[in-house]
Design a protein around this ligand. Structure first.
Ligand code: UD1
Ligand code: MG
Length: 450
């Protein structure tokens, strides 16, 4: 059956103490909302509706950056979770499949768990995701009747006996879309919070003779974020899980706890990651590469056999072909580096293409910015760029060409040519010795005088 996602993301997140809507705070370089959308995306939803409130324009932009077809509806007043879901009604008009309600601030619900809920829905009318809470605190409690879910009671409205229940409500619900909105119509706000509780749909469904049940997952999946401390804890949990997955899929992490991954980091097997490496968003590393210590990568691709770092910085648009070597204190931005090329020391390569097996000497800079516009540098295959060459873009260095150390290259160099642009060397025999004598005499005179 087709699936639609409804993501609740209207809450302000007061405890974040932030101008940014809570669901846009990132873990692993991606907004919380994106994590929640990604777990639902595995079900290939026919429609995705995000219910925004505080900071709705920012939430819309983030939602549509992940899924440009996502529909964002605005809940002007936060009157409760049932009221929030009701805002999605028009966006789901005519949709006849299963609606799944997720929270934008609950990033770790696994796709397999959502699939299990869809399966349970084949014999039930409503399925709720529950978990055994170590500390049930203020969660809603699931009141079971054998395998059936009889009702959900909110903590504030619960009796002592109900508060003793440890099976808690995660908030995730699966229900046939039309039935969901039908049940929501019957929800009132006569409760301790005077809110329209989505949880009330269970009691309403049971009273109508419909069947409800709970699917359970581990507590870690239902972890929600309400504060900066929660955000840090959620990020730590994400990192721990990702490191374990990387190790399992054949990536060597020399010091796992010191490597930071983004939500979308991809690393092929037999790649070695040394300590203290940071992955920003959009990085793919093929098999058999080595990322050496203290490197920082974002928006880049490293091919098979590449050796990066230590202390390298790969910025967005760095596309490295096979067996490329990028050494210490080298920054690469928006540049294609062809196979076997080497940029080993202290260089900036930006807005450039470097040919196969070219060797870029220490201290080379592509001067790509004139203060107003960016310009391109092309370096041909097998070229040899002497140390401390300034390549003033736009400039084209032909295949097999050389530049002399310390040159400032302002015009194109043809293939196989040597370009030099520096003052010719002069030599004055004996002059160094004479200079030393003069200087030493001067110093001795000063010391006598003092
Ligand atoms: C809710 C559940 C509770 C469950 C808990 C799990 C209800 C009534 N209670 O309680 O059973 O154990 O989540 O964390 O559903 N939201 C809106 N608009 C609103 C209200 C909420 O978009 O008008 C969003 C919030 O931004 C949040 C989510 O819905 O992402 C849950 O709301 P929250 O106020 O945190 O509900 P809880 O009281 O925690
Ligand atoms: Mg909550």
């Amino acid at each position: 059956m087709e699936v639609a996602l409804i993501l609740l993301a209207a809450g302000k997140g007061t405890r974040m103490q932030s101008d940014l809507p809570k669901v846009l705070h990132p873990i692993a370089h991606a907004p919380l909302l994106e994590h929640a959308m990604a777990s639902g995306a595995a079900l290939e939803p026919a429609r995705t509706v995000v219910v925004a409130g505080h900071g709705a324009d920012l939430v819309r932009a983030a939602a549509q950056e992940f899924d440009e077809e996502a529909v964002v509806v605005v809940q002007d007043e936060q009157l409760g979770t049932a009221h929030a879901v009701a805002q999605a009604r028009h966006a789901l008009a005519g949709f006849e499949g299963t609606a799944i309600v997720l929270y934008g601030d609950t990033p770790f619900v696994q796709s397999e768990t959502l699939e299990a809920m869809c399966t349970a829905l084949t014999n039930n009318d409503v399925v709720v995701l529950g978990f055994e809470a170590a500390v049930p605190a203020r969660y809603g409690r699931l009141v079971m009747d054998g395998d059936s879910l009889d009702r959900i009671v909110e903590f504030k409205d619960a009796t002592d006996e109900e508060r003793a229940i440890t099976l808690c409500n995660s908030g995730v619900v699966a229900c046939k879309s039309e039935l969901l909105f039908d049940l929501i119509d019957a929800v009132g706000n006569d409760n301790a919070s005077e809110e329209y509780y989505l949880t009330d749909i269970i009691g309403i469904a049971r009273a109508r003779g419909l069947k409800a049940t709970a699917v359970t997952c581990i507590e870690a999946e239902t972890m929600g974020v309400n504060s900066r401390a929660d955000l840090a804890a959620a990020d730590a949990a994400f990192q721990a899980r990702t490191r374990a997955q990387m190790l399992e899929t054949g990536v060597t992490l020399m010091a796992p706890d010191t490597v930071y991954f983004a939500r979308d980091t991809y690393i092929g097997r037999d790649t070695v990651i040394e300590p203290n490496v940071v992955f920003g968003p959009g990085v793919t590393v093929e098999s058999g590469a080595t990322i050496r210590a203290f490197s920082h990568l974002e928006g880049c691709h490293v091919s098979r056999g590449g050796i990066i770092g230590p202390y390298a910085r790969l910025r967005p648009g760095a596309e490295l072909s096979e067996d490329v070597r990028i050494g210490n204190f080298v920054e690469i931005k928006n540049a294609q580096i062809a196979e076997g090329a080497k940029v080993n020391h202290l260089s900036y390569i930006g807005d450039a293409a470097i040919g196969a097996r070219a060797n870029i000497g220490a201290g080379t800079i592509t001067c790509n910015y004139d203060g107003v516009m960016k310009h391109h540098t092309h370096i041909g295959a097998n070229a040899f760029i002497g140390s401390n060459t300034m390549l003033v873009a736009p400039v084209h260095i032909g295949d097999g060409a050389m530049t002399g150390s310390g040159s400032v290259i302002t015009s194109d160099v043809e293939a196989d040519a040597l370009a030099l642009s520096r003052a010719p060397q002069v030599e004055k025999p004996g002059m160094a010795r004479k200079l030393f004598e003069i200087l030493k005499a001067k110093k001795a005179k000063q010391q006598r005088g003092s």
